[in-house]
Design a protein around this ligand. Structure first.
Ligand code: 9MR
Length: 372
């Protein structure tokens, strides 16, 4: 092929937009990463999706072990995957996060044993308290025993409270009453005595729900049932981050003698549809461009607000580092965040500290700057 033909051919290919000719962004792997910078303060974790756990995502593969020292499986240890039928367990995928963490000697959080959501369909058919109790016992015993010595801490019960602090009317509560929480922790204790046991929920930094979580922890402790930590999920917004509530919660939970951890941290930058509800309940949020204002990229001004909020949050975490054992982000990069699809599908959100190409955002540097 003459050089002229080669030049013409490659120009045509480039002009037609063949992706393969575009250089991929280089992996970003600064040493030290977040985990090293916060060593001695608290663990820095991330929830990993399946392709990250299976190391099919090459940028993530390099970045995760440098930045994080704790992992949580975002979905693949949940009931619907791990326990699809009464006596049917499927560990093919669920074993992978344990292997991932073990290979890298990372702290590993089991998420989650008892949760009303992402349940296998057969559980909805259970009508008697005894059968549901037996399900809980089998489920927790089988799973917690399998990962004994591999899982460092279990989210034993997830999201058992309503916003007003009362018990959520889940299938577990409806059939077993609030004692299902005690049973869950007792079954977990019996199966994995050396593993930390947590209660995990969102919005429990807010006063009413916080009071419900405090009462729940106290009930367990009064009955001599072990609970080691409370996970405040931390799905927050740059528009309404309430540091005072968070600080009060850290103090009040740790005063109960449990570790406090932030287990699912992300900060949405997008408008919240519920704020607009009063105006028009029939509003079609899905097709409303006002609800997805940054499809092409986050303006610098909003990126700066995100960085400021993360900085203030981590400054608070550092202030209470003696009470906080772990801070886990709910995802690694903006590309895979669940917040691109909730509460409205197909939006472009920017809630994490790594962008869609796993490059650090101003928020990443703002967090690191606290330790300089
Ligand atoms: O991030 C998870 C998302 O991929 C799932 O579709 C969703 C299903 O309910 O669960 C998300 O993770 C949730 C976590 O397990 C518990 N706390 C709230 C999280 C965000 O919904």
């Amino acid at each position: 092929m003459s050089s002229l033909t080669w030049i013409v051919l490659s120009s045509v290919l480039l002009w037609t937009g063949a992706e393969t000719f575009r250089p991929q962004p280089a992996a970003f792997n600064p040493e030290p990463g977040l985990k090293a910078v916060f060593t001695g303060d608290f663990l820095i974790g991330a929830a990993l999706n399946t392709s990250q756990i299976l190391e099919q995502d090459s940028l993530a593969k390099d970045l995760i072990p440098v930045q994080f020292n704790s992992v949580t499986a975002e979905n693949i240890m949940k009931c619907e995957i791990i326990h699809p039928g009464w006596s049917d367990y499927n560990f093919t995928l669920a074993d992978k996060p344990a292997e991932y963490a073990e290979k890298r000697q990372m702290h590993f959080v089991g998420h989650t044993l008892i949760w009303h959501s992402q349940l296998a369909p057969f559980i909805r058919q259970i009508k008697s308290p005894d059968s549901l109790d037996l399900f809980m016992k089998n489920h927790i015993t089988t799973i917690a025993s399998r990962y004994k010595g591999k899982v460092d801490g279990w989210d034993v019960v997830n999201e058992a409270l309503e916003e007003n602090g009362s018990m959520r009317k889940s299938i577990f509560f409806n059939l077993l009453g609030e004692s299902y929480i005690e049973k869950a922790f007792q079954y977990a204790q019996a199966a994995a005595p050396g593993t930390e046991l947590y209660y995990n929920d969102y919005n429990i930094e807010q006063p009413a729900k916080r009071a419900g979580a405090i009462a729940l922890v106290k009930r367990l402790k009064e009955k001599g049932i072990r609970i080691d930590g409370v996970g405040i999920q931390g799905h927050w917004s740059i528009h309404s981050l309430n540091l005072q509530h968070i600080e009060e919660s850290v103090k009040e939970f740790s005063a109960l003698g449990v570790k406090v951890m932030f287990t699912e941290l992300d900060l949405t930058v997008l408008p919240n549809p519920w704020d607009l509800r009063g105006a028009d309940v029939n509003q079609n949020f899905e097709s409303n461009p006002a609800m997805n204002p940054y499809p092409q990229g986050l303006p610098d001004s909003v990126n700066a607000v995100l960085a400021d909020k993360y900085k203030a949050l981590f400054a608070l975490f550092l202030k209470h580092k003696d009470r906080i054992s772990r801070v886990t982000f709910w995802g690694v990069s903006d590309r895979n965040s669940w917040l691109n699809n909730w509460p409205i599908r197909n939006r472009t959100n920017y809630p994490l500290v790594f962008d869609r190409n796993y490059q650090p955002k101003p928020a990443y540097y703002s967090i690191l700057s606290l330790k300089k």
